[in-house]
Design a binder for this molecule. Structure first.
Ligand code: NIG
Ligand code: FE
Length: 394
């Protein structure tokens, strides 16, 4: 059994025991065996190991956990982005453009896009990335989207209910029947989660409840796109169905915040349903940002994710989302870094990632900086010097 010691870490973010909310340790070392963290402590007292990685006094963090991304698609919508920047509103209407391109693509074309974006994210420190379907919207195209997604992630999500495709425009009930029946049956073997875009123009609360309940009955965990473009019942539906995460949360009522706060664990460790904020979407659609402070002050567990997709947020950079959360949403740098690591893990109901404590997966990043603060302080700068996933450098 070969061991690896990462030592000479100036600032180690553990998200466990240590200083402050990030569990910081200074002049620290991490011992890795068989892809797991087995020891964390002062560099000066580190046990011997077969190999050594000298962090050179830099900061080391858990790898980012991006719990919301749509990577299986073809084409792009750069012209739609340009039109938005010239004043057009975002409505989600462009989803159908991507559905057309995705259906016309070969498996290898879709696979190449997923691999390219997954690799892009990995180089920027994302060691876990959820991947949704949702641009196929036929039984065969949703199943192949998830089959391809599953080649790159174990965190795969069936989003057959992204929009009602054009051929079902005048009979949405029939489309819901297709999603709950043959489409779910074909998708479920490759999916861990089920998701619905619950929004005006997509699926209403009753349709969303029906689809999520079918997914749950098929053994999938629940997550939901909720309250992105306007107020609605999506967040409270997520709470009702014990969703791991309600995502976007841009337009919340007091009752929505109370419902999320009501899922608090009794041990004070936050809420069972996480609010995942996707500031890349507000940036790229020039929309008001969600009120992160209101959620945090109510005790709601908050995650940050990219929402990487060709329409509303074509970024794979978690560091960019951290910077936006700090500058535009008034999260502290510590809150934002926690949300992008441990928060994402909570949104996926995982306790083996997002932390650097004994027993956790050895997924970490070495920054080209002395502190995690630089992720927000130096926006747009490639600060990821080294990435380790499962104890190996990919
Ligand atoms: O999460 N809101 C729904 N789905 C995506 C956008 C998809 C698109 O515009 O292609 C989102 O923002
Ligand atoms: Fe999304």
């Amino acid at each position: 059994m070969s061991s690896l010691l990462v030592d000479n870490i100036g600032e180690l973010v553990t998200n466990g025991a240590g200083e402050g909310p990030l569990g910081i340790r200074r002049d620290a070392a991490v011992l890795v065996e068989e892809g797991r963290v087995v020891w964390v402590g002062p560099s000066a007292y580190a046990p011997p190991a077969d190999r050594r990685l000298d962090a050179g006094g830099a900061a080391v963090l858990p790898g980012f956990v991006d719990s919301h991304a749509h990577l299986v698609f073809a084409g792009d919508r750069a012209a739609e982005f340009a039109a938005r920047m010239a004043g057009e509103p975002y409505t989600g209407g462009g989803i159908r453009t991507t559905v057309g391109a995705t259906r016309a693509a070969t498996d290898d074309e879709l696979r190449a896009t997923v691999r390219r974006l997954r690799g892009e994210a990995l180089r920027q420190g994302t060691t876990t990335m959820e991947i949704k379907s949702g641009y196929g919207l036929t039984v065969a195209d949703e199943a192949r989207s998830l089959r391809i997604a599953a080649e790159s992630s174990t965190e795969t999500t069936f989003l057959g209910a992204h929009v009602v495709p054009a051929e079902y425009a005048d009979r949405p009930d029939d489309y819901v029947g297709l999603v709950c029946g043959p489409m779910l049956a074909a998708a479920a073997p490759y999916a861990k989660w089920v998701d619905v875009f619950c929004e005006r123009g997509a699926f209403d609360v009753d349709h969303a409840r029906a689809i999520l309940a079918c997914g749950q009955a098929a053994g999938l965990g629940v997550r939901i796109h909720a309250n992105q473009l306007g107020p609605g019942g999506g967040v409270q539906l997520g709470v009702e169905l014990d969703a791991a995460s309600v995502d976007h949360c841009t337009h919340l009522s007091d009752a929505d915040v109370d419902a999320l706060a009501g899922t608090a664990h009794s041990d004070g460790s936050g809420t069972r349903t996480v609010a995942t904020l996707l500031p890349g979407a507000e940036f790229s659609t020039r929309s008001p940002y969600p009120d992160a402070r209101r959620l945090l002050d109510a005790g709601v567990t908050v995650a940050l994710a990219t929402d990487c997709n060709p329409g509303s947020s074509y970024t794979s950079s978690m560091a960019f989302c951290v910077a936006l959360a700090v500058r535009e949403m008034r999260m502290t740098p510590a809150e934002a870094v926690w949300a992008a690591t441990a928060g994402g893990a909570r949104a996926l109901r995982r306790d083996d990632i997002g932390v650097l404590t004994p027993g956790a997966r050895a997924d970490l990043v070495v920054l080209d900086a002395p502190s995690y603060l630089h992720l927000a302080y130096r926006p747009g700068v490639p600060l990821i010097r080294q990435v380790m996933r499962n104890g190996v450098t990919p």
